[in-house]
Design a protein. Structure first.
Length: 147
């Protein structure tokens, strides 16, 4: 995925996307803003219902994943092993609607937390196929929170 981000960034920029966006403080702020939006905006209620009541662990894992995915420290792998994102998300019903809600929420978080427009665009472009890969059910199936 990092290569997808690099493809959208200027080749004259030797920094990773992680460095260009501001490193750990900005990546942490992005993860926080993402879950803050999800928790506070009723447009994301359906997406929010798929998460545990306490979003702290989810926020931390997103931060850790994004850190390594963007070319920074591989925190997620150090703490949890290979991300295996699709396998980790199989228990949750994800169709096109949930994918779109997730991407929309992330786009809003990116707009607030990441100043570099080129990095924002590159990240979103790279996140689209990743979000598509998480889909695990057909449209129209009832959504149930995991038990």
């Amino acid at each position: 995925m990092l290569s997808l981000i690099r493809r959208h960034l200027s080749p004259k920029q030797p920094q990773s996307a992680y460095e260009r966006m501001g490193g750990e403080p900005v990546v942490r702020a992005l993860a926080h803003r993402f879950y803050q939006l999800m928790a506070q905006d009723s447009d994301y209620a359906e997406l929010r219902a798929l998460h545990p009541e306490d979003l702290g662990g989810s926020e931390q894992k997103l931060f850790e994943f994004l850190s390594g995915w963007l070319g920074g420290p591989p925190l997620f792998e150090q703490r949890h092993g290979h991300p295996m994102l699709r396998a980790r998300h199989l228990p949750f019903p994800i169709d096109k609607r949930q994918r779109n809600l997730w991407l929309h929420c992330m786009k809003r978080a990116l707009e607030v937390e990441v100043r570099d427009r080129q990095v924002r665009r590159a990240m979103l472009e790279a996140l689209i196929p990743l979000a598509d890969h998480m889909r695990n059910r057909e449209e129209g199936c009832p959504v149930r929170a995991p038990s």
